[in-house]
Design a protein around this ligand. Structure first.
Ligand SMILES: [Zn+2]
Length: 441
């Protein structure tokens, strides 16, 4: 690649990364991707953006902020202000990269319509149902023709004192549509789903101090499977087929779940699915990004990078969180336990996804055992050496990973349950990619 070409990619990335890394570091990254790993320019840019958390946020910072009504939102806004009433508010504790995090989600409404929202940095956010808020520097996405409002780390929800917003009385919930399970995304809203109960269990939980029974399990059709939760006892049995009218899709970190709430209608139907394959569903990265996440998905791609936090790491013996310098965020000073893991960035040509592999798979794929890693780190007096070594071993490997895909600020991330590398000739692959790059110039 010539200097001019390289410079163009550099400038584009620099703008999108907006100071997340230094010019020097960025040039180094680009150089490694293009000249050492020899991936295509597109794959290099995706990998670097995924690594530094800038994917999908392009031009977010440069766009002028606009104020919009909910009806005017297109699902492509990078920076928009919205004044609306919080119709429904929900708080959730999730774990991101081993650390607890709070997200606040719900539904916003104004005179023109309603839309679901998510506040990704919800730690100190306390939204009151029925109050009016100014969502500053929000961004929007479109899922199944439905606009979703998001507040990232640069956004803010401020109470709009004295502002009155009237949300017209109407069914906030849209009519449900017949949906194949494989087509359900986190923004599907109300759905009618026909499928076979693959498993169901009864659990006792406490909701706001009240004991409740929830019936949950997996329902599948010939296109996919999804977790469900029922809040009434429909006496569901393994293996029977049901039609759920007016179920509601809610997502937990991008994984859609089917809720059988009070408004839903459940009926037994004849089973027409035949043999349902309970194997994982093959997807492209683009499809995963579109769906927002999912259960037991499988994707094949090339390892283009390894994220920080890979290699030899240390965990709290109490809670298993990864700890830095022997300090757990929940348990203070602890005697940490060594572990191995990889956070790969996998590119399949349609996009890039992060994939976290546990010790077992890391050992299997790299041949580096935890004991060997500890010895190496000790001998060199440097635990980073392990990450560097295994990066060398994994880069440009083509592999198929299977697992649940969650979604956070950094985009889709698979918790890998199974990983298989394709034994291909690495040199031939490098040559193929090199030719691809050449052809693109
Ligand atoms: Zn701990």
């Amino acid at each position: 690649m010539n200097d001019e070409e390289m410079h163009l990619h550099f400038e584009e990335l620099k703008k999108e990364l907006d100071g997340k890394i230094s010019d020097e570091q960025l040039m180094k990254e680009l150089n490694v991707y293009l000249n050492e790993y020899r991936v295509t320019a597109e794959a290099a840019k995706r990998g670097i953006k995924r690594k530094y958390g800038a994917d999908g946020l392009s031009s977010f910072m440069t766009a002028d902020t606009l104020s919009k009504k909910i009806e005017e939102l297109k699902g492509t806004e990078m920076n928009v202000d919205i004044t609306a009433k919080a119709i429904y508010v929900d708080r959730k504790q999730i774990t991101v990269r081993g650390n607890p995090k709070t997200i606040v989600s719900g539904i916003l409404g104004d005179e023109t319509g309603t839309a679901p929202f998510t506040i990704w940095e919800g730690e100190n956010v306390d939204l009151e149902k029925g109050a009016v808020y100014l969502f500053k520097n929000a961004y929007t996405k479109l899922w199944n023709d439905r606009v979703q409002i998001n507040l990232g780390s640069r956004g803010k929800a401020e109470k709009a004192e004295g502002v009155r917003v009237d949300v017209p009385e109407r069914t906030i919930i849209a009519d449900s549509a017949d949906t194949k399970i494989g087509d359900i995304t986190e923004g599907s809203g109300n759905v009618t789903v026909t499928g076979r109960i693959m498993s169901v269990e009864e659990r006792n939980i406490t909701v706001k101090g009240e004991p409740k029974v929830v019936y949950s399990g997996i329902i599948a059709d010939d296109t996919g499977k999804i977790q469900f939760s029922a809040w009434n006892n429909y006496d569901l049995k393994d293996g029977e087929s049901i039609c759920v009218k007016n179920g509601y899709i809610r997502a937990w970190r991008g994984i859609p779940q089917l809720n059988l709430g009070d408004k839903c209608d459940v009926s037994r139907v004849d089973d027409s699915f035949g043999e349902i394959e309970l194997t994982s569903s093959k997807r492209t990265v683009a499809e995963i990004i579109l769906a927002g996440g999912g259960l037991d998905l499988s994707v094949t791609g090339t390892v283009v990078d390894m994220r920080a936090g890979s290699g030899l790491i240390w965990r709290c013996p109490e809670c298993n969180r990864s700890v830095l310098s022997g300090e757990c965020t929940a348990h203070g000073k602890v005697e940490p336990v060594a572990d191995l893991r990889m956070k790969l960035i996998l590119d399949d040509g349609t996009g890039a996804i992060s994939a976290i592999l546990n010790r077992k798979d890391t050992e299997k794929l790299t041949g580096v055992t935890l004991e060997a890693a500890e010895r190496l780190a000790k001998a060199r007096g440097d635990s980073e050496i392990v990450a560097r070594e295994i990066t060398e071993l994994m880069i440009m490997k083509r592999m198929t990973v299977t697992g649940n895909v969650l979604n956070d600020d950094f985009g889709p991330m698979m918790i890998v349950s199974e990983a298989v590398t394709e034994s291909i000739n690495i040199l031939a692959e490098a040559e193929r990619l090199y030719n691809e790059v050449e052809a693109a110039l």
